[in-house]
Ligand binder design. Sequence first.
Ligand code: MF3
Ligand code: CO
Ligand code: CO
Length: 259
Amino acid sequence: MAATIKTADELEKMRIAGRLAADVLEMIAPHVVKGVTTDELDRICHEYMVNVQQAIPAPLNYHGFPKSICTSINNVICHGIPSNKKLKDGDIINIDITVIKDGYHGDTSKMFTIGKTPIRAERLCKLTQEALYLGMEQVKPGATLGDIGHAIESFANKYNLSVVREYCGHGIGKVFHEEPQVVHYGHQGTGMKLTEGMCFTIEPMLNLGKRHSKLLQDGWTVVTKDRSLSAQWEHTLAVTADGFEVFTARSDEPWFKQA
Ligand code: MF3
Ligand code: CO
Ligand code: CO
C-alpha cells in the first residue's frame, strides 16, 4: 500500500491536465439539454479533447470502454456508456471526463439537470456536491483517508442518503487509477496518512435509496439495485504543505485560479 509522491514538475503537468478536464465540463454545459443524445455529447467532447486541447480521452479503450466520456443518467451510478438515448425533461446526468495531457491524467465529473427536475433529484445533486466539498476540506498533511470517508459518510447519513461502497476515488498521475483507493465511508484517524505531493480523486456516489449496486450485462454500466436515483461529483487534487490544491476547479468554484 504505497502512494506515489509527485515532483514539482509532475504537479505542474497535473495542473495542466486537470485544467483541461475542467474545461471540457464547462464547454459541454450548454449542450446538455433535453433531446440531445449522449452519443452527441460524447462526440462533441471527443472532438474538443482531441482537436482543440490536443489531449487524449482516457476512457476510450480503457479496459475496453467503447467511448470517450462516461454519461450516467438517473439510476445509473457510474460508467454509463454514451448511446443514442435522448436526454428528457427531469433527467439528472453525470458527465465524467478524464483527459491525458503530456502523460498525466485529469479526472473530474459533475451533475447536470435537464429541464424541470423533481425537488428530490435536485436536492440529491446539491448534497452530493456538498459531500465532495466536505471530503476535500479534510485534505492536509497528517490527515487520513478515513477522515475523508468519514466526512462524506456522516454528511450523507444526516440527509438519509446512502454511500456507494463498490466504487471509490483513486490515486492518479501517469496512471489513471493507482494507489491509494479513496473510499467514501470510514472512520476518522484510520487508513493511510496523507503527505504533501500525493495526488488523488474524491468522487462520492450517493443514492436516494439503498447503497447497493448492480453491474449491467454490458460489463460497464453500474446501476442502483433498487433503481433509486444516484448522483456523483469528482475532483482531482493534490496534498499541499498546508492543505490541498484542486486541479479540476471550474470557474464557478472557489478554488478556481485564472490561467
Ligand atoms: N472517470 C472514471 C473515474 O472517475 C473512470 C471511468 S473508466 C471508464 O475513475 F472506462 F469507464 F471510462
Ligand atoms: Co476517478
Ligand atoms: Co472520473
